[in-house]
Structures are given as C-alpha cells and as structure tokens.
Design a protein around this ligand. Sequence first.
Ligand SMILES: [Zn+2]
Length: 256
Amino acid sequence: MSASIAKNIEPIREHRANVLYQHGTLALLVPGLLEGTTTMGELLTHGDTGIGTGEGLDGEIIVLDGRPWRVGRSGKVEAVPDDFTMPFATMHQAAFQYQCERADIGLEELNRRIVEANGRANTFFAVIVRGTFSFMKTRAVIKQQAPYPTLEEVADRQAIFLGQDVRGTMLGYFSPIMFHGAAVAGFHEHFLADDHSIGGHVLDAVLERGEIHTQVFDTLVQHLPVDNPEYRNHDFSHDNIAEAISNAEGDRRGDE
Ligand SMILES: [Zn+2]
C-alpha cells in the first residue's frame, strides 16, 4: 500500500487527460429519456477509455484502449460499431498512474480504500483495476423499446452474470457526492474479462490480486442532447432523481 504515491496523483494536462467528458446525465435516464443521442464514433473523439449504455439501455459498454465492447442480455461480449447510438456515456483519454496493489479484498472495501488512498472524495477520477477476481457479479440491462419505461421500472429487467477466478479489467469512474444526479455519487464500474467470458456493470466482486491505477480530472465537460425533442420538452420537476438513481444503481454510495 503506497498512500504517499497515491496522494501525489495530479491531473495530467497533456492530451487533455485532465478532462472527463460526459454525454447525457444519469438524471435523464430516470424518467426514461433513453433515446440514443450520440454515437460511439463521436464518443471516441473524446477519449480512448470509457463506459456507457446503448439506446433503450441496450447493454453495458466498456471502452478500453480505444476499443468499445458491449455486453447485452445474452452475456456475450461484442464489438461496438461506430454508428451505435447511446443516451449516456463517460469518456476520457487514458493517462493512468499507478496507485497500489491489492489482494483478497471485496469491492466495497476496495472502493473505500481507493478514495481514502488518493484523498479525492470531492474530485472526479477514473480507476482501472487489472488482475484476477475470485468472484465477479455483473449485470446487463435488457434493451427497452419506446415508449420507454422509467429507470425504476427497468430495475428488475436485467440479466445477471457470475464469474469465478476471472482475469480482466475493471474500469470505474468516481463522482463526488454533490454531483449525484449528473452521475452516480461514488463509483460506477464496468468489467471486461481478458477472455471475454464475462463483462458488464459491476454489482459485486472480490479482487484476488490486482494493480490499481487512477487518473484524476480537474475538468468535467458535460454534453447535453439539447436538440433531442424528448429532452427539450421533458418536465423534470416531478422526477425524484437522486432517490431513483440510488435505487437503480444499488447501495454502493460514495459517502460510505
Ligand atoms: Zn453501468
């Protein structure tokens, strides 16, 4: 454990690696604004690393080294074409810095220690955990059709996948509590096994052994689908956004 190294992790300005780009917000998914309002091709102009979901919550997306992958209800990992449309995604240009190595640790404790080690509870940052996971539980939401249901109605329409002793990469984004709504406060993490045997939105995991790298952002670019008619005309005043996001994203809150 090298807390002293982690505390020195600062934003890197070369190649705009200090910028986190987000298209859409989680709040927009709450009332069911699930139309794809950007494309994978466009997103890749904002970075080589990211996570997101497709139109109608069509699967869980992870972008690693400029290559986008999608896990849908079948659990199969598929390459994502440039014209694939998405209502929500987070992207950045990778410039990760080594934080520490960890062994035999559950997801909740791992996440807590990552925040603690780099002292960045009020900062957006990305984390990559590469290693062997003795346990991995992921989900993929099942694609919905228009007229779209609310995020809470979709909560039980998901496929769950379980893995044991899988090598792979977990990519997560940490958002400060005051941004709950624009993103999930705390971590939002997706996983991809090296052999593509399992992937998706991480619900639970145990890291057997792995290296942790983090990347800190000092700038958030929040891109909104301003010309999408549903978004323009929607009245958000009756959507209980913070609560709906907490319920839909499980109990992994950043303030724990
Ligand atoms: Zn997700």
